[in-house]
Write a protein that binds this ligand. Structure first.
Ligand code: DNO
Ligand code: MN
Length: 353
C-alpha cells in the first residue's frame, strides 16, 4: 500500500507539509484546489504550484480528492454538458503533473453529513458525530426555515449563508428519484472514463456518508450490491472505487473486509478509519484501533494485504486529541496514530509471509 495524507493547501490547513513528511511511510499528499468553484476548470498555474510545494518536501501529488461534481450533473440538467467538458479538461491538466487517481463523490447536496463536529468522547477527545434523530423524519425545508429564524440553532453544512442555496437545491432534487441518479451517474461516467483511461488516471468514487438516504435525498453508493452495479455501469478498470471503511461502516451490515476481497482490483484508493455505531444507529468516529469502534480495521488491512494491494491508502478522519486545533476530522495527531496502527498490522503480516 502507498500511504498518503490529505492536505488542504498552504494557508488552508493547520498541518504543515514538513510535519506530514515526518509521519513514517507517508509518500504523498492528497490534495485539491479548494478555492476553485465546483464545476470550473482548474487553472494550470495553481496545479503546478501545489506540485512545487509538495515536491519540496519530497511528497508526491498522485492523488486528488476531490474534483467535485457539479450539482447540475447529478441533477441531469441540460447544463451538465458544459460542466462535464470542464471536468475533462481538468483531468487532462492533472495528467500533466502526474496525477494517478481522482477521488469524487456523487452525493446530492451534501458531502459527508454529521450533526456535531466536536462531540466529546469518554477520554475527553472530540470527534465527528451523527445523531439520526436530528435528521430522520425532518422535512429539510422546515429545517431551513427553523435555522433561518433561530440564530442559536445550526448544523454543520447549514451555516446561515448557505441556507437559501440549500433551499434551492432541495427544491431542484424533489422529483429526482434513485433511478434518475443512477442514470445521471452513468451519463457522467460514459463521458469521463474514456478520458481518464486515455490519461492513465483512475477515477475512484467515494461512498455516500452516511450510507443511506438523508432528508429524502437519494443515495446510491451505499452497499455491496450497489457497488457491484456501479462497477458494471462502465466495466473498465479506470472506473474504480475510493473504498471508505468509515463511510460504509456507518451501516453495520456492510462487511468492509469482504468488500475489499471482492473489489480489490477496482479499488484505486482506500480510506481507512473506524466508527462506533450505537444500537440506535447513531455513530461517532473513533481511533483507528479495531477495539475502539465497530469496524474491523485489522481485517480490512489484512484483506488489502492478502490482495497485495498496490493502491493508495490514507487514514481518513481522526479524533481531535492532545488539544490540537484543526479542521474537524483533519488533525495531525490522531491520523498519524492511525497510520502507525495500519503499518503495524501490515508489517507484521509481511513478516508472516
Ligand atoms: C469522508 C471523507 C469525505 C470525502 C469526500 C470525497 O469519509 O473522506 O469528505 O473526502 O466525500 O469526495
Ligand atoms: Mn472517506
Amino acid at each position: 500500500m502507498k500511504m498518503v495524507f490529505r492536505w488542504f493547501g498552504e494557508g488552508n490547513d493547520s498541518v504543515s507539509l514538513k510535519h506530514i513528511g515526518q509521519i513514517p511511510g507517508v509518500e504523498g499528499v492528497v490534495w485539491a484546489l479548494h478555492d476553485v468553484p465546483v464545476g470550473e476548470e482548474w487553472p494550470m498555474d495553481k496545479i503546478s504550484e501545489v506540485k512545487k510545494q509538495a515536491n519540496k518536501h519530497d511528497l508526491h501529488i498522485d492523488v486528488v480528492e476531490s474534483v467535485n461534481v457539479h450539482e447540475d450533473i447529478k441533477l441531469g440538467l441540460p447544463t451538465r454538458d458544459l460542466y462535464i467538458e470542464n471536468y475533462k479538461k481538468t483531468i487532462e491538466k492533472l495528467a500533466k503533473v502526474g496525477v494517478k487517481v481522482i477521488c469524487y463523490n456523487f452525493m446530492p447536496v451534501f458531502d459527508w453529513l454529521r450533526t456535531d463536529l466536536f462531540k466529546e468522547l469518554e477520554d475527553g477527545s472530540t470527534a465527528l458525530f451523527y445523531e439520526g434523530s436530528k435528521i430522520k423524519d425532518i422535512d429539510p425545508m422546515e429545517l431551513v426555515k427553523k435555522i433561518g429564524e433561530d440564530s442559536e440553532l445550526t448544523m454543520p453544512g447549514w451555516e446561515p449563508e448557505r441556507l437559501s442555496h440549500l433551499a434551492k437545491l432541495f427544491d431542484a432534487y424533489k422529483d429526482v428519484t434513485t433511478e434518475d441518479l443512477w442514470d445521471n451517474l452513468k451519463y457522467f461516467l460514459d463521458e469521463i472514463i474514456p478520458v481518464a483511461e486515455k490519461h492513465d488516471i483512475k477515477m475512484g468514487i467515494h461512498p455516500d456518508d452516511p450510507p443511506y438516504p438523508v432528508f429524502g435525498l437519494p443515495r446510491i453508493i451505499i452497499n455491496r450490491e450497489n457497488i457491484q452495479r456501479f462497477l458494471s455501469l462502465v466495466d473498465n478498470p479506470y472506473n474504480g472505487l475510493t473504498l471508505c471503511s468509515g463511510s460504509l461502516g456507518a451501516n453495520p451490515n456492510n462487511d468492509i473486509g469482504a468488500m475489499v476481497r471482492e473489489f480489490a482490483d477496482r479499488i484505486a484508493f482506500a480510506h481507512i478509519r473506524n466508527v462506533r455505531v450505537y444500537e440506535n444507529g447513531d455513530f461517532i468516529e473513533t481511533s483507528h484501533r479495531t477495539q475502539d469502534g465497530t469496524v474491523d480495521i485489522y481485517d480490512i488491512v489484512k484483506a488489502y494485504h492478502e490482495n497485495d494491494f498496490k493502491g493508495y491508502v490514507r487514514p481518513d478522519h481522526g479524533r481531535h486529541i492532545w488539544d490540537e486545533k484543526c479542521r474537524p476530522g483533519y488533525g495531525l495527531n490522531d491520523r498519524a496514530l492511525g497510520i502507525m496502527y495500519m503499518w503495524g498490522i501490515w508489517d507484521s503480516l509481511e513478516r508472516q509471509k
